[in-house]
Design a protein around this ligand. Structure first.
Ligand code: COA
Length: 160
């Protein structure tokens, strides 16, 4: 079941991000930042156990721009469509908020291509994005790929 994250989910989100950060597949985020940004997050709750096994954040950036970030699915649950469902929910939410351009910085460009994201040059992103980057351990030698999706209003689906 996909739902908005609540305070009790922060430790599970943190653990998922830490797990993949250790494998250098995404960036870890401190607990403090996760609490600040909790309302960005969707989570997937396993209906059998109630455990949070996936997460995805939609973070607003500028007047027409938002970012999909911190997408992670517990490896025991990979390949079941959870990552796709979380991504689609975040895209729907972006439509709801009238985002026109959605970007992501990712090590998995092939995954995001399935959702209509295309590779762009990092310089196309606004300076504000780099405020996060400069505090990253990998700055300035980041291998993440920048990708963008234009949101056309006629493609919007009703938010559930
Ligand atoms: C990438 C990730 C979120 C995918 O989650 P998932 O629940 O396994 O994905 P899904 O089951 O929805 O797979 C959807 C499709 O993407 C494909 N896919 C899954 N992981 C992929 C990857 N790493 N690269 C390319 N394609 C991938 C699947 O094969 C599937 O393709 P299909 O629809 O043609 O069968 C998950 O593997 C993960 O948490 N990875 C580590 C963190 C990460 O890379 N996050 C994304 C970048 S920030």
């Amino acid at each position: 079941m996909i739902r908005k994250a609540v305070l009790n989910d922060v430790n599970a989100i943190h653990a998922l991000l830490q797990f993949y950060a250790r494998k250098e597949e995404l960036l870890a985020r401190p607990l403090s930042i996760l609490y600040d940004h909790l309302r960005d997050f969707w989570v997937y709750e396993d209906p059998d156990t109630g455990k949070v096994v996936g997460c995805c954040g939609l973070q607003f950036c500028w007047e027409d721009l938002a970012e999909i970030r911190s997408l992670a699915v517990d490896p025991d649950f990979n390949g079941q469509g959870i990552g796709s469902a979380l991504t689609e929910r975040a895209i729907q939410e972006a439509f709801y908020f009238k985002v026109k351009r959605l970007f992501t910085l990712t090590y998995k460009p092939a995954f995001f291509e399935k959702f209509g994201f295309s590779v762009i040059h990092k310089n196309e992103l606004p300076i504000k994005v780099w405020s996060d980057c400069v505090s990253c351990v990998n700055f300035p030698n980041c291998n993440e790929t920048a990708m963008m999706k234009q949101l056309r209003i006629e493609d919007a689906a009703p938010i559930g």
